[in-house]
Design a protein around this ligand. Sequence first.
Ligand SMILES: [Zn+2]
Length: 250
Amino acid sequence: MTDSRVEQAARNNAKWCDDVCRAHGTSGEFHDALWFNRHAVPRFYPNVVTLTQGGTAAQLETIQALTATGLPGNWGVKDSFNTLDLTALGFQPAFEATWLWRETSIPISKPATSGLRWTYIQTELELAKWEAAWTGDLANYSSTPPPRLFPSALLANPEIIYSEGEQREEEGCLSLPGFRGSVIRPLYVTMRAQDVTGKSYEMRGEGLLARAFCHEIDHLDGVLFLQHLSMLKRDLIKRKIRKLRKSGDW
Ligand SMILES: [Zn+2]
């Protein structure tokens, strides 16, 4: 698999981890070379997902800094490119896995098992059923069942149902007038939303529109474009805003 595809896969996976974390009330942070969540994460989910094949020095440095802060509970790193040696930091490999890629141009052959179908989960009941399908029915647990991994808040996530490619452009925000920063976004995005009558519809955006979908959906999740900037750049902007506030210009 070419590097950019693995990076797309890793980024897509980090996005999913972030969505699940957010549904549990703790969002992570996207940085140039990795995504991380400094809070406790749902079981089976990592605190760190590396996003780039290069930049291992920066990744190691961040992971080291995070371990030093003493994160709550056990925590894991998804070393997406198998490039980090974390044994010195006390990590043990849990398992190794492989990224797989399939071109969308390849026609889909008939599924081996009849009755298999893709379906979108839209209601709390469907979500609970889906989770029960792989955890086993919660009613069968003699002791306390494990907490739900996929709470209904996951459904409230604005739906970017497909994203592809990558674009790096300067981004700004009306909530932060005068500040801009370089943010990586997907080049193509398909989003699903509901109109005022509750009817679901889909829209595909390319370039600036794809960026706008991501930016605005981020707002709904309480995420500003600042959170997609490098820590250095973000702190610089925050310092400037603090200064402006002090002088009464903000
Ligand atoms: Zn904005």
